[in-house]
Each structure stands twice: as C-alpha cells, then as structure tokens.
Design a protein around this ligand. Structure first.
Ligand SMILES: [Zn+2]
Length: 92
C-alpha cells in the first residue's frame, strides 16, 4: 500500500475510505503518516491543519484543546486504526 501523504484511498481490509495524513507530534516534529477516516467523526480527536512549513498535517488534540474543538464543532477525524474492523492488520 502506498502511504503518500494527502492521498485518499481505500482501506485494504474494509470498505472504508481513508486519507493518509502526515501527523505532527506534540514536540513539533513530524510523526508517522497515519490513515484517518475520510469523514469527520463525533469521536474524532485529530484536526487537519495547514502548517506553514509542513503543509497539511494532522494533529491529535487532547484535554482542553479537544474540548474547545468540540465546542466549536470543528470537524475532527479519527485514526482508522480505531475504527477498522480489521485493525489487527495494521499492528505489527
Ligand atoms: Zn479498514
């Protein structure tokens, strides 16, 4: 499976549409490219933003940031690891 960031594709193991997003870690460094569910989720905790240096990145929100995002009804995405019925496929 290609893991090109920003690429929209299908999960190999279930019918879900996912998008590969470059994650930004809390320390400001780039993390892994993660498969996010294409559509926002009420259970989501990842905001997709345009970063001045890195372009489109995903950032995990926690605590107050997450509460604020929910209060503002921001579209939040969820890692497909969390929703895929075949999630064991992703674990190594
Ligand atoms: Zn899946």
């Amino acid at each position: 499976m290609s893991r090109v960031k920003n690429e929209v594709g299908g999960c190999e193991k279930c019918p879900a549409t996912i998008r590969w997003i470059q994650m930004l870690k809390k320390d400001g460094k780039l993390g892994a490219v993660a498969p996010l569910d294409f559509l926002p989720s009420a259970k989501g905790n990842i905001t997709i933003e345009d970063h001045p240096q890195h372009g489109r990145i995903g950032r995990v929100l926690t605590g107050d940031d997450l509460a604020k995002a929910h209060a503002l009804a921001m579209p939040l995405h969820i890692n497909h690891f969390a929703t895929c019925p075949k999630a064991e496929h992703f674990r190594r």
